[in-house]
Design a protein around this ligand. Structure first.
Ligand SMILES: Cc1cc2nc3c(=O)[nH]c(=O)nc-3n(C[C@H](O)[C@H](O)[C@H](O)COP(=O)(O)OP(=O)(O)OC[C@H]3O[C@@H](n4cnc5c(N)ncnc54)[C@H](O)[C@@H]3O)c2cc1C
Length: 465
């Protein structure tokens, strides 16, 4: 581990400590390891200190401290960045994970949330009022990084992306000022924050539009042998082409875990899992999901009524914190026979341990928004394809990353171009134009206004233009 560019002695941190309500941790502090660890264990870095902010004033103090001292820093909310940007190599981690406020206004159908909140916490509180907004499909994902990049999930096709449900944001700017961004105040900044990620400041509060959801939805998983994958993916393409917006269905290719109820004959072999969520009228949903239940001969699985908060944890077990990951993503218009051939060729013998390759359906409400209405540009895609390579042995880092790159390149022959910024890895600076698409030049102009010195550059960076 290296400490670069920062001579932050204990005493050099005093001015920051004096300005903060929350603690400033240094190595050896009892909470140090927990505070510095992020979801993806492939990034073995160590900050010099961690500023554990308790509110917007602490964030202002931290921003002024790093700006005035020229210290490298990173911003961490839920700590799920695939690219590891929230964990600095040396420098200061500005840690928002203690900022856990959630205030639901059930009459106004709005919720104000602080950036340390993760989706499981937000769903829990919002469901007390029978409400929800589009959130991540793993309950430990942070609301802040997720929402600033786009935000897909079970509700996205019917209620829009997370950026489409953001109504107002509080932001600490590069100058250390605290401003509000919404349709009326600083509308250009509001536009840029909805898809431009952490490029424009540190968000200290997010307000969302809420929707009536649940308390029960239809959800579940159906597991098929690899031999059914070709027909299963062709069936899936056709199903989603005509599916109502309330249906989210993800076909996953991954190795069957070596535990019950996965049949022993399939342990360690690639399987196809349909993960299904219907967020709408339950009776109608039963009709819509019937063809998924009737398809082929499954190994096991079911779809039934379950609490929305439980459905929001369906992916948790497959994506635990603490193993090494490399993420590669791209968009598809159609999953045609040639794309299926390539996918099966690469996934029959998946490298790594809990490696997963899956499609996430787009369309519906996502695509009814003008591509220029928010900074998130990908409004004409049918599917997002995501490969998450997973391993535990550090000696395999390079081999696993190379395998993921090659798999990704093979799939790219069938893709539309473009990439969802929140799924990018650290090795993809050349994909910045793909991530922000036609909105990149407007984003660069907005960056020049709000962060001309590119203080906030530890992200999928937009250079001031
Ligand atoms: C297991 C897993 C499941 C996922 N599922 C989904 C999903 O269903 N749908 C989806 O759309 N995405 C999903 N993602 C991707 C997710 O949206 C991104 O990883 C996102 O960055 C996570 O946000 P975070 O706050 O947890 O991340 P962090 O690592 O804390 O932050 C990531 C980056 O976002 C920026 N940032 C974070 N907080 C702030 C802030 N308060 N102000 C300004 N900038 C900030 C910074 O640049 C930071 O480096 C998933 C990721 C993982 C690892």
């Amino acid at each position: 581990m290296t400490h670069t560019g920062l001579a932050l002695s204990h005493h050099a941190l005093d001015p920051l400590r004096n300005q903060m309500r929350g603690p400033v941790l240094e190595p050896g502090a009892p909470d140090w390891d927990r505070a510095r660890t992020i979801w993806n264990a492939a990034y073995e870095r160590e900050p010099v200190a961690i500023a554990r902010c308790m509110g917007a004033a602490d964030v202002q103090a931290a921003v002024r401290f790093v700006a005035e001292g020229g210290h490298p820093f990173a911003v961490r909310s839920g700590g799920h960045d695939f690219a590891g940007n929230s964990l600095p190599d040396g420098g200061l981690m500005i840690d928002l994970s203690l900022m856990k406020g959630i205030r639901v206004d059930s009459q106004g159908r709005r919720a104000r949330v602080e950036p340390g909140v993760v989706w499981g916490e937000f769903d829990h509180e919002a469901q007390a009022f029978g409400l929800a907004t589009t959130g991540g499909t793993v309950s430990s994902v942070g609301v802040a990084g997720y929402s600033l990049g786009g935000g897909t999930g079970h509700l996205a096709r019917s209620r829009g992306l997370s950026v489409d449900n953001l109504t107002s944001l509080d932001v600490v700017t590069a100058e250390g000022d605290l401003v509000r961004a919404n349709e009326a105040e600083h509308p250009e900044l509001f536009w840029a924050l909805r898809g431009g990620g952490g490029n424009f400041g540190i968000v200290t509060s997010l307000e969302y539009r809420m929707h009536r959801v649940g308390p029960e939805i239809l959800a579940g998983q159906i597991v098929h042998p690899f031999e059914s994958a070709r027909d299963g993916l062709a069936f899936y393409q056709e199903l989603m082409a005509g599916a109502p917006d309330e249906l989210a269905c993800y076909p996953f290719l991954m190795k069957a875990p070596t535990v019950e109820p996965f049949p022993e004959a399939h342990h360690g072999r690639t399987i196809l899992i349909f993960v299904v969520a219907w967020v709408g009228d339950l009776e109608r949903g039963r009709e819509v999901v019937k063809p998924i239940l009737d398809f082929g001969t499954s190994l096991f699985g079911s779809v039934g009524a379950m609490p929305y908060v439980a459905a929001q944890t369906m992916f948790d077990v497959g994506m635990p914190k603490g193993t090494r990951r490399h993420s590669k993503a791209q968009f598809f218009g159609e999953i045609d026979a040639a794309a299926i051939d390539t996918l099966l060729e690469w996934s029959e013998a998946l490298e790594g341990e809990a490696t997963a390759a899956y499609f996430e359906p787009q369309g519906g409400a996502i695509n009814r928004v003008d591509p220029q209405a928010t900074a998130y540009p990908h409004r004409d895609k049918a599917f997002s394809f995501h490969l998450v390579a997973d391993w535990t042995d550090p000696a395999r880092d390079e081999a696993m990353r190379e395998w993921a790159r090659e798999f990704h390149q093979a799939m790219a022959r069938h893709a539309t171009g473009g990439v969802y910024m929140n799924l990018m890895s650290h090795d993809e600076p050349d994909r910045i134009p793909d991530a922000y698409g036609a909105n990149l030049s407007r984003l660069a102009r907005t960056k020049a206004k709000w962060d001309p010195g590119n203080l906030f550059r530890r992200n999928h960076n937009i250079e001031p233009g």
